[in-house]
Design a binder for this molecule. Structure first.
Ligand code: NIG
Ligand code: FE
Length: 412
């Protein structure tokens, strides 16, 4: 099966095979081809170039993209899209003056979602979660990382991870699974953090390895959750089971978690709303990428990750949604890109780089996803007719997506 897309107004993010992420001032450049075509064979990008150089219109399917922009689908490298129920009451409580911390201290927050998930069957959890997966695919997400962490018992964590595995099997978008057992201290271990970490290490990790349920290990390294010492221990143990670290860090407090993540060769350090100069220094000369989650800042009214500070220090930055019931009940990457431009002063080029190639890097898939490159997966967004790509983040409330292709197939 071949698909030819013709008359593309502008084809964005055209890269060489060897570009796996872009850093610093290079993020300002978004390589494009104007008046372009693109040829797909089965699930793969085979060829592209200027319309002038197109020699034949022969293909099983031809899509005329006159006036439209084509770009790689978004990679969402940080989500908690598998969850049960919602937390709309906490949303109202926050409007009425309670903080995220106060709600968590009253037994709300992550523990609220954990209780709900523990009482939900695996089938029901799957059905609730795939509604969201279908939504985000329509919104242009072609690859997604999904975390556990609302189980907090061996049984419920495995239930979450099995649901993620089933999504991976049943849906065409690329899925990577992350084990986040250390998301919060469950009620049963309120005064026994060591006991819970022992449970994760001695019971959960071996079972996860045996069933091949995760690629990555995550921990909420934060005051009131897990310390540097806990993080060091857990990441060390996780690596013994073949899991690469990706950590939640510097969301509310900066106390050295980023340097620790770098020490463990974490693939990504995520959140970073609070960021010190020493955190920036720690990231220099590392393979660890910073991931910003602007929808979370928007929803719970906390500072935005200082993107300028990160990029202007020559570092790469990725953007993700953090889709979860507590701090970000949205997986809309178009909104993430807009918000990064509007609130974090990222240029459209930087934001698009951050949500495609760099986001693919942050989930370990940038060899196959995140740019228009011969041999990469044909995961593409075709926009509605727009004046330029700046218009995509500019007109933030509009749906700009005409068609999404995943593995070369049009998403119905
Ligand atoms: O990434 N910060 C920790 N975890 C999630 C939110 C968890 C929740 O409130 O349910 C986050 O924001
Ligand atoms: Fe998160």
């Amino acid at each position: 099966m071949t698909t030819l897309i013709t008359n593309i107004k502008e084809l964005l993010q055209v890269r060489d095979t060897n570009v796996l992420k872009v850093s610093g001032s290079n993020m300002k450049t978004l390589p494009t081809i104007k008046k372009a075509y693109l040829l797909i064979e089965h699930d793969t990008i085979i060829e592209y170039g200027s319309m002038q150089d197109l020699t034949t219109l022969e293909a099983d399917q031809v899509i005329d993209a006159t006036g439209k922009i084509v770009l790689p689908t978004w990679c969402d490298s940080h989500t908690h899209i598998v969850y049960a129920g919602n937390r709309e009451q906490e949303f109202v409580d926050r409007i009425n003056g309670l903080s995220y911390e106060e709600i968590a201290n009253r037994g709300g927050g992550i523990l609220n979602s954990a209780e709900n998930l523990q009482n939900t069957s695996e089938e029901d959890l799957y059905q609730q979660s795939i509604k969201r997966v279908k939504q985000v695919m329509k919104l242009g997400t072609g690859a997604i990382e999904i975390k556990s962490g609302y189980g907090l018992t061996t049984e419920a964590e495995l239930k979450m991870l099995r649901v993620i595995k089933r999504i991976k099997k049943e849906f065409p978008l690329k899925v990577k699974a992350t084990f986040l057992g250390a998301h919060a201290l469950p009620k049963a271990y309120k005064d026994n953090k060591k006991g819970y970490l022992d449970l994760i290490i001695n019971d959960m990790l071996p079972k996860i390895e045996k069933e091949h349920l995760a690629h990555y290990i995550d921990i909420f390294c934060e005051k009131g959750y897990f310390s540097l010492e806990d993080t060091d221990r857990l990441l060390t143990e996780g690596k013994k089971h073949g899991l690469t670290p990706k950590i939640h860090v510097n969301q509310f407090n900066a106390f050295g978690g980023i340097a620790l993540g770098v020490k463990h060769n974490a693939l990504s350090v995520d959140h970073l709303e609070e960021l010190k100069d020493e955190d920036i220094e720690a990231l220099k000369n590392s393979n660890t990428i910073a991931v910003a989650l602007p929808s979370c800042s928007y929803f719970i009214s906390i500072p935005y990750t200082p993107a300028r500070k990160i990029i202007d220090a020559g570092l790469p930055l990725a953007l993700a949604s953090d889709y979860n019931p507590g701090t970000t009940p949205s997986g809309n990457m178009n909104f993430v890109v807009s918000t990064a431009c509007i609130k974090m002063k990222m240029t459209p080029e930087e934001a698009i780089n951050a949500a495609t190639i760099n986001a693919a890097y942050a989930m370990g898939i940038s060899k196959q996803y995140g740019s228009i490159t011969r041999g990469k997966k044909a995961n593409l967004i075709i926009t509605n007719p727009v004046p330029s790509y700046n218009y995509l983040p500019y007109a933030f409330g509009e749906n700009h997506i005409d068609t999404v292709l995943i593995n070369g197939n049009i998403l119905e």
